[in-house]
Design a protein around this ligand. Structure first.
Ligand SMILES: Cc1ncc(COP(=O)(O)O)c(C=O)c1O
Length: 427
């Protein structure tokens, strides 16, 4: 299929500015461009006396005409911000506030473009893979990973998933990552998610630096696309585990190293239904803007435009002088649950071993041989009215983020009883 002239122009700019980025794009990624269609033309006409461009219903003077109940519910909010379309690239204020937040975390972000806006982090990852993942490419990801990567990489792009054990003793397995990277030749994709789902583990800052050095050396002779899934950023409960994103350590480190950061308001602002995510590219210069144009094309061709009201509400949260203390309050609620769970697990069990965890929302229990995770999960619902997630054949994931402190010991006791009964019935 011939490229649209706009896509060709955009690709030429990318190829000239950063040849490896041009090479890293998938064939779909190369076809995508920001169309100069209705939203673009409407934006250009935004200051006109009469604006007969976009199909949104207004009073003719730029104000929305909402229905009564909706208007009533949102009467304290600026009507234009909540009822009219967001720009395709996302609201400038939202992107700027998020960028400022990331600069405050690490000054290296200041050289990058504004992040692109998505409908949640999952969508940011899906767009990243649309841009860079060619059908059948290899994804390197630990053996314990968020199961939705199967949908994003394997189902959508027929990824060849290559795994390594997540842990090396009590910490993240950097050697294992190195070993698989050494074994895979040619363009490779690497996904890293800290704090991690499902393990609830974050490495130390020193380990993050080691991982980044490893990725840089892996990019010496081929393209390495790194997806930093920072969904649980900030939720770290032990002083030696870092809150620092790996992404910052990858910015502008090597032309062949295409680092991408997917993050958003879902957990960081505890705004799960808001569906605001961000996708950032770890290369400074105009390529960041070029990639944002590609993101506009993807948004336009899939969800149409990002969610305006959620962006507006997220901006207000970020601007609130109490925002930081409010987040710390939330974190301390989780931290108390984390400590209660750690204490409960430290008593030991004949039926499971907890894997090391220090952050995030989850912990993973490895069941002793003979106990099947899925069977235990089902029995636990039936006998004890307790829900956990079975992961692979021998792990149970406990989401301590959604339990009261009191319920944690109830869960552990219920799990003990269930495992005991299942053990007895085996013999
Ligand atoms: C590791 C990880 N990444 C991404 C997401 C998706 O976030 P969102 O709900 O913003 O799409 C989740 C949500 O569970 C997650 O656990």
């Amino acid at each position: 299929m011939p490229l649209h002239p706009e896509a060709q122009i955009l690709n030429d700019l990318i190829d000239q500015e950063h040849p490896s980025l041009g090479k890293a794009l998938s064939s779909f990624g190369r076809r995508v461009y920001a169309p100069k269609g209705i939203p673009f033309q409407a934006q250009q006409a935004a200051g006109c006396k009469v604006n007969a461009t976009i199909g949104q219903i207004t009073d003719g003077k730029g104000q929305p005409l909402p229905l009564d109940r909706l208007a009533g519910l949102m009467k304290d909010l600026p009507q234009k911000d909540v009822f009219l379309y967001s720009p395709i690239q996302g609201r400038e204020r939202c992107r700027t506030l998020w960028k400022n937040k990331l600069i405050a975390e690490d000054i290296r972000f200041s050289t990058l473009s504004l992040p692109g806006v998505s409908l949640g982090i999952c969508h940011a990852l899906a767009m990243a893979t649309d841009l860079f993942f060619e059908r059948g490419d290899t994804l390197v990801v630990p053996d314990l990973y968020w199961d939705n990567y199967d949908q994003i990489f394997e189902v959508r792009h027929e990824a060849r998933m290559v795994h390594y054990p997540f842990y090396d003793g009590t910490t993240f397995n950097i050697k294992g990552l190195k070993q698989v990277l050494d074994e895979v030749s040619g363009k490779v994709h690497v996904l890293l998610n800290f704090p991690n789902n499902p393990t609830g583990f974050s490495p130390t800052l020193n380990e993050i630096k080691q991982i980044s050095d490893l990725l840089v050396s892996a990019a010496e002779k081929r393209i390495v696309v790194v997806y930093c899934d920072d969904a649980y950023h900030g939720l770290v409960f032990e002083p030696n585990a870092t809150t620092q994103s790996l992404f910052f350590e990858l910015i502008d480190r090597h032309p062949n190293l295409i680092a991408l950061k997917a993050d958003g308001v879902t957990k960081e602002l505890s705004f799960f239904g808001g569906r605001v995510g961000f996708l950032s590219l770890g290369l400074s210069g105009p390529v960041g803007q070029y990639l944002n144009e590609k993101i506009c094309g993807l948004v336009r061709g899939s969800v149409g435009s990002p969610v305006g009201i959620s962006q507006f509400l997220s901006e207000e949260e970020l601007l609130d002088p109490q925002h930081e203390s409010s987040f710390q309050n939330l974190k301390s609620i989780l931290e108390k649950r984390y400590r209660v769970l750690q204490a409960g697990l430290s008593q030991g069990s004949p039926f499971w071993t907890p894997l090391p965890f220090n952050s995030g929302c989850f912990c993973l229990l490895q069941l002793k041989p003979g106990l099947e995770a899925e069977k235990v999960r089902q029995q636990l619902i039936k006998d004890e009215s307790v829900g956990v997630v079975s992961h692979l054949d021998r792990y149970l994931r406990i989401a301590f983020c959604s339990m009261t402190e009191e319920d944690i010991s109830i869960l552990l006791q219920a799990l003990h009883r269930t495992c005991e009964k299942m053990e007895i019935s085996r013999f």
